[in-house]
Design a protein around this ligand. Structure first.
Ligand code: GLU
Length: 489
């Protein structure tokens, strides 16, 4: 029987995910969506020293921005909650007690000092060090009685798993068959004397109770896996499928770490990357499409994700590639949606453009941008009122053919449809009619329209500026050109 696919993303609420964490979330989400399964979010917040204020919200915001919707989680609820480890204490304790009752676990009354002395002695004797020597074979009735007396006797109780010698074997989708000996694991602690579960116990209980079918996570967790496999054995259930993915490295090859200043997903949002580009980029940092296609939509990623195509090597973040992909995704959006996104970018409102202006500008200038925040500079270069009082402007507009070029062009653009093709054709006609060509024609035109000597295609500029603005700018420049001629004559 194949089980229903249920994947999970299990971050600690330490703030917004960096690209490596985000990629883990993305793969789990894509695979769940591909399989018609469920994507579960769980906060692993038992290490309270690491939790940061607002950390959960930052993760939710990042997932929302990336469009990774949850089927179950602390924010949306579900049948397998609670979805915060800090709210699951009773469940861990109950599960541990169940394991004690059925003999898989035992109560240990040793002090840390005794355990340490045992460890040293075991190593000296060439025996496995992590095994409890006093309590694992206590008679259950005796040990239960001792637990009841523990508070008055000044004893503390740790619940440990009984780990026998022999192989703990498991499969990883990428690494293949792996095995470690129980002797190397020792009688692992499940619940500490203060009632707190250990990390691996909590993870295994959660994955088991939340019926997780596939654990897709960073390679750093591979060493935890045998412990979790042993726990599944104790629960009498087959473990989930494990898929440990290689790391995402910072540019230059170092570890991606928030502490080392690795940007978070929301920083990319603030820089104006589109979420689809991040989704696309991080997906293909992990697996390649069978067609070799690099620009994939959300839908295509869901359709094409294939765990058998996961790469086995670490991948470095390449900011240039990410910008390129972002540009590709922007270009696929409608001008109306780009215009709406541009309107919200800081620095755009100050330009005082109408919605129509922005839509026309988006049509012709989006291919000059990679991220939304490229927009203010591109737009300002075209829409800001040109300063024609500069020396450069004077020089260009005073040139002998400037007036003729501008006059003819103004005439040609007088009664014309305002689309790039028509503007281009009528500009060509104006050049022919005036006999002014090349630089002598383009320079005064560009100077009139945008007060500069370089920039985007002229007809794109005129199209974006719109009919009224273009006409006004040509007329004003023409006036100045006449003035300059008069001064020089
Ligand atoms: N909480 C772990 C982390 O943030 C993930 C645990 C797991 O995926 O098993 O790295």
């Amino acid at each position: 029987m194949t089980r229903k696919v249920r994947t999970r993303f299990a971050p600690s609420p330490t703030g917004q995910p960096h690209l490596g964490n985000a990629r883990t979330a993305i793969l789990n989400w894509l695979y769940a969506r591909n399989q018609g399964g469920a994507f579960v979010l769980r906060f692993e917040d038992t290490d309270t020293a690491r939790n940061v204020e607002g950390g959960e919200q930052a993760i939710l915001d990042a997932l929302d921005w990336l469009g990774l919707d949850r089927d179950e989680g602390p924010d949306v609820g579900g049948d397998h909650g609670p979805y915060r480890q800090s709210e699951r204490g009773e469940l861990y304790l109950a599960r541990a007690r169940g394991l004690v009752a059925d003999g898989h676990a035992f109560r240990c009354f040793c002090t840390p000092e005794e355990m340490e002395a045992d460890r040293v002695a075991a190593i000296a004797a060439g025996e496995p060090p992590g095994r409890d020597r006093r309590c694992r074979d206590l008679d259950p009735i005796v040990s239960a009685g001792r637990e009841a007396e523990a508070p008055s006797a000044g004893e503390e109780v740790t619940l440990r798993l009984r780990v026998d010698s022999g192989p703990v074997a498991f499969e990883d989708r990428l690494k293949g068959a792996l095995s470690i000996d129980g002797d190397d694991l020792g009688d692992m602690v499940l619940v500490r004397p203060d009632g707190r579960p250990t990390y691996n116990f909590a993870v295994a209980v959660d994955d088991f109770e939340m019926q997780i079918s596939h654990v897709i996570r960073g390679i750093g967790h591979l060493s935890n896996t045998p412990k979790q496999v042993l726990l599944y054995r104790a629960f009498g259930a087959p473990p989930p499928e494990f898929i440990h993915i290689p790391s995402v490295l910072a540019e230059g090859g170092g570890k991606l770490a928030k502490r080392a200043g690795a940007p978070g997903v929301l920083d990319y949002r603030d820089e104006g990357f589109t979420p689809d580009a991040i989704l696309n980029y991080l997906s293909l940092l992990a697996w390649s499409s069978a067609t070799g296609e690099e620009v994939l939509t959300r839908r295509e990623l869901i359709e094409q994700i294939d765990l058998d195509r996961l790469g086995a090597t670490d991948a470095e973040v390449d900011p240039e590639k990410l910008r390129w992909l972002s540009g590709q995704h922007l270009r696929r959006q409608s001008a109306v949606s780009i215009a709406a996104a541009w309107a919200g970018v800081s620095g755009v409102a100050e330009l005082g453009l109408s919605d129509e202006d922005l839509v026309r500008a988006a049509e012709v200038f989006v291919q000059r941008t990679s991220v939304l925040t490229d927009a203010p500079e591109e737009l300002a270069a075209v829409f800001a009122d040109p300063d024609l009082r500069t020396e450069a402007a004077r020089e260009v507009l005073a040139s002998p053919d400037a007036s003729l070029a501008l006059e003819t062009l103004a005439g040609a653009w007088e009664e014309t449809d305002w689309d790039v093709g028509t503007l281009k054709a009528s500009m060509r006609n104006a050049m022919q009619a005036s006999g002014v060509t090349g630089k002598s024609f383009f320079q005064p035109t560009r100077m009139s329209l945008m007060g500069a000597t370089h920039g985007p295609d002229l007809t794109d500029v005129a199209y974006a500026l719109g009919e009224a603005r273009t006409r006004r700018r040509l007329a004003r420049a023409l006036e100045l050109a006449h003035d300059h001629r008069r001064e020089t004559e």
